[in-house]
Ligand binder design. Structure first.
Ligand SMILES: [Zn+2]
Length: 171
């Protein structure tokens, strides 16, 4: 039992570290976005934990509501580059355009900019002894991933997303 728990923790830690490459100045990104901003269309989706558990798949629930991290390289959205939009899997809030997706080599779908400034919110995350900027959906507060300062131009940002927290809507 202990061995199982330890290896699960170790896996989670490895996944988090891998998502964390070159993040020396990641803590600066939060100031780019105003906290407490109005979500797109003023829309808010608030549900109880039990309701989310019922609506989401176990993997979606673990990431979106329990701040989990999917295993790198496992998301079918990694190789999606068609014309379309990536939505929050929990509330369908449009998050990222295919135009801002890039190959980060991390094994997680990566973008350099959200589809609108207020589509996501950025919050401090000090879990695992690291200082990172957590990205959550502005409408339902679902955990999506983290943002780092080592992305490509024009923003220099890398939104490291869990594919399981999103769905793709083809244009
Ligand atoms: Zn959402």
């Amino acid at each position: 039992m202990n061995y199982f728990i330890n290896s699960t923790l170790a896996l989670a830690l490895v996944a988090s570290l891998a998502c964390q490459t070159n993040t020396s100045s990641a803590h600066q990104t939060a100031s780019l976005y105003e906290q407490g901003q109005t979500p797109p269309g003023g829309r808010r989706v608030v549900k109880s934990d039990a309701e989310w558990k019922k609506q989401l798949s176990p993997d979606q629930y673990e990431v979106l509501r329990k701040h989990g991290t999917e295993r790198p390289g496992t998301s079918p959205l990694l190789n999606v580059h068609e014309d379309g939009t990536f939505l929050c899997a929990a509330c369908k809030n449009p998050l990222f355009s295919y135009k801002t997706k890039f190959e980060s080599g991390t094994g997680w779908p990566s973008f350099y900019e959200p589809i609108t400034k207020n589509a996501v919110k950025v919050a401090k995350d000090n879990s695992y002894g690291m200082e990172r900027d957590e990205v959550v959906c502005a409408v339902c507060d679902g955990h999506l991933g983290h943002v780092f300062n080592d992305g490509p131009k024009p923003t220099g940002l890398r939104y490291c997303m869990n594919g399981v927290a999103m769905t793709f809507q083809k244009k």
